[in-house]
Design a binder for this molecule. Structure first.
Ligand code: AMP
Ligand code: ZN
Length: 501
């Protein structure tokens, strides 16, 4: 029996607003799409919360036996400065600002994004398509929508005709917007614009020859519409109908609403069975965003160099911090919360290191109660993860398991108090839940109490010899530590901190 049959997954579907049993179209295959970054600047911690949330969905579904094709795109053209589909191409604008070719901008921030994903242990998706690599598919989709009568061309741009679409289909169901009201309220403004209605959106946008980013099309040179990119790439790799589409809550409207309308407009049916939306990372209750100036970058976090940060935090502590809340709740940043997450992660990491090194000893006195407890806990991890990917509850179960592991480690309870199978189940489940499912890998630098204690002894010794003006010995301690990968940093106030390579 597959784990996914043993622990059936339920997902809160944004379409219905309810938790639903997950039944893939073609099990054991699962098609998963999540909107990737627009590579015109560095990703901030808010973006990473969303990418981490869907990384865990990908990891867990794979772990329980599904064959997941995970598509996460790179938006390298067509995302305009205004999300409503106006303004200029973000990449083009950034290229002018940095005096680079648009594709240099794209390369720079794509590499940066991949590097950050590697550091945070966010797995590469199965397919990472770029918008510029799929211009042909996008033009084909625009043609289909035009042929079906749900779009119109104006001055080389093609707009989706929301009013026309609504004569036959529903629009606004995902986000719960009342589009009738929007249509009523904006009628008089229409004459000033190319669009018939302000809710209409560009699926192909004409650009002037001064733009470097532009492609030929039946309607003249232009760029694809941002919403259309995801529709075209999702369809290409996952089919006209696929299982799960994810993204941040802020993308529900208009981005995802438009994706649905485009697929219905092109192929006559909705593209996605389950829509999942992860909630925002906030700072003092406000969405973290670059434009608000309350965002910080991963590298600022690791260096502790940002006015909002009291100190540096390790990537795994930050990942733990994100997983400590359910993806559908907002998560508020604070130094206290990050500090607590660091402690929490260290505890679990210590248990991870311990159980990896632990072997089963021969049976002493069988303890049926303990066997029962451990069996319950190992199942509970799967029940909590299958319950709408509840990482918060799963971490709570892992803490319980860590206590049992610590009892074994301290020798209070010999491993032989349980049968070999139960011990091996605890070991395998704890390691795979931590590393494979939650992506919380062993951080050799974050946790080793013994190592930390030893370095601190050496730091104190170095302070002492320096106070005694024995600089040769002080330098030797520093240099010898450096040679084995421990870097001491002298602070302004005489404090000494360290990092381990
Ligand atoms: P963008 O590169 O702007 O298209 O955003 C990439 C992803 O980050 C999208 O799925 C957004 O929903 C998500 N995102 C942006 N800001 C936040 C935030 N403060 N918290 C969580 N996710 C966010
Ligand atoms: Zn998208």
């Amino acid at each position: 029996m597959n784990l996914f049959e043993q622990y059936p997954v339920s997902i809160t579907n944004s379409l219905s607003g309810r938790k639903e049993l997950f039944t893939p179209i073609n099990p054991p295959f699962v098609g998963l799409y999540s909107c990737g970054p627009t590579v015109y600047n560095e990703v901030h911690l808010g973006n990473l919360r969303t990418f981490t949330a869907f990384d865990v969905v990908f990891r867990y579904l794979t772990h329980i036996g599904y064959k997941v094709r995970y598509v996460r795109n790179i938006t390298d053209a067509g995302h305009l400065t205004n999300d409503a589909g106006e303004g200029v191409d973000r990449i083009e604008e950034r290229a002018k600002l940095e005096r680079l070719e648009p594709m240099e901008v794209v390369q720079k921030y794509t590499y940066g994004f991949h590097e950050v994903c590697r550091i945070f242990n966010i797995l590469p998706p199965s397919v990472e398509p770029t918008a510029t690599g799929h211009i042909v598919e996008q033009i084909e989709m625009v043609k289909r929508i035009l042929n079906n009568g749900f779009a119109y061309e104006k001055n080389g741009s093609v707009y989706f005709d929301v009013r026309k679409f609504m004569e036959k289909h529903k629009y606004g169901e995902l986000s719960g917007r009342n589009i009738d009201d929007l249509l009523e309220g904006t009628r008089e403004l229409d004459a000033q614009e190319e669009k018939k209605n302000s809710v209409d959106f560009a699926i192909w946008k004409a650009v002037t020859p001064s733009h470097i980013q532009r492609w030929p099309s039946p309607w003249g040179d232009g760029i694809p519409g941002w919403h259309l990119e995801c529709s075209a790439m999702g369809t290409k790799y996952l089919g006209k109908e696929f299982d799960i589409h994810g993204g941040g809550m802020d993308l529900k409207f208009p981005h995802h609403e438009c994706e649905i309308a485009q697929s219905v407009g092109a192929y006559g049916h909705a593209p996605v069975r389950y829509w999942m939306h992860s909630n925002m990372l906030t700072v003092n209750g406000e969405k973290m965003s670059k434009s608000k100036g309350n965002s910080f970058l991963p590298r600022e976090l690791f260096a502790g160099e940002h006015p909002l940060l009291d100190k540096a935090y390790s990537p795994m502590s930050v990942r733990f911090f994100m997983l400590q809340s359910h993806y559908s709740s907002t998560l508020d940043f604070s130094n206290e919360a990050l500090g607590a997450a660091e402690k929490g992660y260290r505890k679990l990491n210590a248990a991870l290191v311990a159980i990896k090194a632990m072997d089963y000893s021969t049976v002493t006195t069988p303890n049926n109660e303990l066997v029962g407890e451990i069996t319950q806990l190992t199942g509970e991890c799967y029940r909590t993860m299958s319950d709408d990917f509840n990482t918060a509850k799963t971490l709570a179960v892992l803490f319980e398991m860590a206590s049992r592991i610590n009892d074994f480690k301290s020798g209070n309870t010999p491993t032989g108090s349980v049968d070999a199978l139960t011990f091996e189940k605890l070991k395998a489940t704890f390691i795979s839940m931590m590393e494979e499912v939650l992506g919380l890998v062993e951080d050799k630098t974050a946790n080793n109490d013994l190592l930390e204690g030893t370095i601190n002894v050496l730091i104190e010794l170095r302070k002492k010899v320096r106070a005694d003006r024995n600089y040769a010995l002080s330098d030797k301690i520093r240099d010898d530590l450096q040679a084995i990968g421990v870097q001491l940093k002298d602070g302004k106030g005489g404090e000494i901190s360290y990092t381990i390579e």
